[in-house]
Design a protein around this ligand. Structure first.
Ligand code: LFR
Length: 478
């Protein structure tokens, strides 16, 4: 049968890649055309993304990918670039780990109480939600010359095509979208004085998003026309679309720099209990709701590894597996761990403060992190089921953490549920499959998932022991 190929640009917090997906009726194959580091840059004014470096990586990747039927872009959420009246980028996009939003949420809640904001937008509190970033930018006078705001994937898409849009799944992370109407929350914006005309018109995954412009074709050596297709441009939305589940009784954990743990629902959960539990209602493919909690994720380990000057990761994980389980745990959902730097010390301080043994060696700290992540996974999967009234009997782990067998096994143990791990490149798969679907090659969401389950290697982890020790460890954090 016919096989077509798609380029998936997938930008994560620590690296970007351009993958080529080949899709047929019973065939799905992903190969890496180009991978490049994404290093946040600290300048005197704060922490910034090197967005020109990223764009250069995208162009290199497209050149390496060669002839494709379409291109799609996804990245992390919430961050954006501002354009002036001529469409030129005004400044380097601010990194969501920058400290500029400290105290901003409290000021916002004075105008729109937190409970009302949750009922209207369904978004969990995170200091970096675009709304808080925008309010901080406005106070700093940074919006004075801004005519347009483009979220990161939309900005890169604009540079590739000259066309502007705002993709909906990623827009849902701004805290300016109503998850019931899947449209802007005009009321919240008006009450907070946010000018929604800063945003380009909404696009949905699968919508056409222009074609590579002549300069890009020249730079990449490609022959036009090459269409760009809007995908689920929030990386987590693309990853959830690529969870190889059958049926509805599953939870997912998208692992990488973050762990995003939760459920796919038809409708948002906007109760006060849900807000207190800090669950978010982000939008997914086909108007689904990604009901999930943000957990710090492998960021905790990445930051330690950086502090320890990059020891061999395989050895570190083998040593961590030998350390006794659950000696000390930290709350891996705590925004305390958001900013970069001093991570081994901050973990030690958290253990000391909760009266637990302080992990000493890198192996002990690593074990503490992995136990803590598994524990946070357990809590999120449990809470989500209870709050949404939606029971599951399997947990799908996708994303970079799939390669961390100890984390997958501990997650199965902690949840007391079987874990199915894979694919690691879920975001890129979701990106490719939405493009293939837009071009008529695959059917609905269930077909996409069947194709993944039938073609990709998945690893199963059965839970070991009972969950008593995990419940006891949780009690230490209460
Ligand atoms: C994961 C992710 C999360 C989002 C965080 C910040 O890459 O997109 O979903 O909360 O990054 O944008």
């Amino acid at each position: 049968g016919a096989v077509t190929s798609y380029a998936a640009v997938d930008l994560g917090a620590s690296s970007g890649r351009v993958m080529v997906g080949r899709v047929g009726r019973h065939e799905l194959e992903l190969t890496e055309a180009h991978r490049f580091p994404n290093r946040p840059v600290r300048v005197p004014e704060g922490l910034r993304w090197d967005v020109l470096g990223l764009y250069a990586g995208v162009l290199d990747g497209l050149r390496a990918a060669g002839r494709v039927d379409s291109v799609g872009i996804d990245s992390w959420a919430v961050d954006y670039g501002l354009l002036d009246a001529d469409g030129a980028l005004l400044a380097n996009p601010v990194h969501y780990r920058d400290g500029r939003t400290e105290g901003v949420a409290e000021a916002v809640w004075a105008s729109v109480p937190a409970a009302e904001l949750y009922a209207a937008t369904g978004l969990q509190y995170a200091p970096f939600n675009t709304l808080y970033q925008l309010v901080a930018a406005r106070s700093a006078g940074q919006l004075a010359h801004a005519e347009r705001l483009l979220l990161i994937p939309d900005l890169l898409s604009y540079w590739l095509t000259g066309e502007q849009g705002t993709e909906l799944t990623n827009a849902s992370t701004t805290q300016l979208v109503d998850p019931r109407t899947r449209d802007w929350s005009h009321d919240v914006a008006a009450r907070l004085g946010v000018d929604l005309s800063l945003f380009a018109p909404l696009r949905r995954p699968g919508d056409p998003a222009g074609t590579l412009c002549p300069e890009v074709l020249r730079e990449t050596g490609l022959d036009g026309p090459v269409p760009v297709t809007a995908v689920a441009s929030h990386d987590t939305a693309s990853a959830v679309a690529a969870v190889p589940a059958s049926g509805e009784r599953f939870a997912y954990i998208c692992t990488g720099t973050w762990s995003l743990a939760g459920l796919e629902l038809d409708a948002p959960v906007l109760t006060e209990e849900s807000r207190a539990a800090n669950f978010t209602n982000e939008l997914g493919l086909d108007g689904t709701v990604r009901y999930l909690r943000n957990i710090m994720g492998l960021w905790l380990l990445q930051e330690c590894v950086r502090a320890w000057r990059e020891p061999d990761l395989g050895e570190l994980l083998r040593a961590a597996a030998e350390v006794p389980a659950l000696r000390s745990v930290v709350d891996a959902g705590d925004p305390l761990f958001l900013a970069p730097g001093r991570m081994p010390e901050r973990i030690a301080e958290a253990c000391r403060a909760s009266g637990q043994p302080v992990p000493q060696s890198p192996a002990e700290v690593t074990r503490c992190i992995l136990d803590s992540l598994a524990l946070a996974h357990r809590r999120a999967v449990e809470d989500a089921q209870r709050l949404a009234g939606h029971a599951v009997d399997v947990v799908h782990v996708v994303g970079g953490g799939v390669r961390n067998a100890l984390l997958c096994q501990l997650t199965a143990d902690a949840c007391g549920l079987p874990v199915v791990a894979g694919p690691a490149e879920a975001a890129a798969f979701g990106n490719v499959l939405v493009q293939a679907r837009a071009h008529g090659l695959v059917g609905d969401r269930a077909d996409m998932r069947r194709l993944l389950a039938g073609t990709q290697p998945l690893t199963r982890y059965a839970p070991r022991g009972d969950t008593g020790p995990w419940r006891a460890a949780q009690a230490r954090l209460a």
